[in-house]
Design a protein around this ligand. Structure first.
Ligand code: ZN
Ligand code: ZN
Length: 95
C-alpha cells in the first residue's frame, strides 16, 4: 500500500507539487459563483495541490494535480467523499 502520509512530507512530493503550482501560477483553479456567474476562483491564499488522480502517486503527471485554495479543496473532497474512496489502494487523509 502506498504510504500517502510519508509521501505528503517527502521532498519528492514537494518537487511534484511545485510543478503544478508553477503551472497554475499559484492560483486556485476551483470554480466559484461570482456576480451570479461561474468563474475561476484564482485565490492565492492558503493554496494546496490536490490530486485529481491517484493513479500515478509519486510520479504524477501535471494533469493529475490541480491548485485549489483551502475552501475549494475542502469542497472538492466533500464532493469526492460521496464517491467510493475505498476502491483506492492508498491509506487515508488524501491530498
Ligand atoms: Zn485534495
Ligand atoms: Zn478556491
Amino acid at each position: 500500500m502506498f504510504n500517502l502520509k510519508k509521501y505528503r512530507v517527502s521532498s519528492k512530493w514537494k518537487k511534484n507539487r511545485k510543478r503544478r503550482l508553477a503551472y497554475d501560477s499559484g492560483e486556485c483553479q476551483g470554480m466559484v459563483i461570482r456576480n451570479g456567474k461561474l468563474a475561476k476562483c484564482l485565490s492565492t491564499t492558503n493554496v494546496d495541490v490536490h490530486h485529481k488522480s491517484y493513479e500515478r502517486l509519486g510520479y504524477e503527471f501535471l494533469d493529475d494535480m490541480v491548485v485549489l485554495c483551502r475552501r475549494c479543496h475542502r469542497a472538492e473532497h466533500f464532493r469526492l467523499n460521496k464517491q467510493d474512496y475505498r476502491q483506492l489502494s492508498i491509506d487515508f487523509d488524501p491530498i
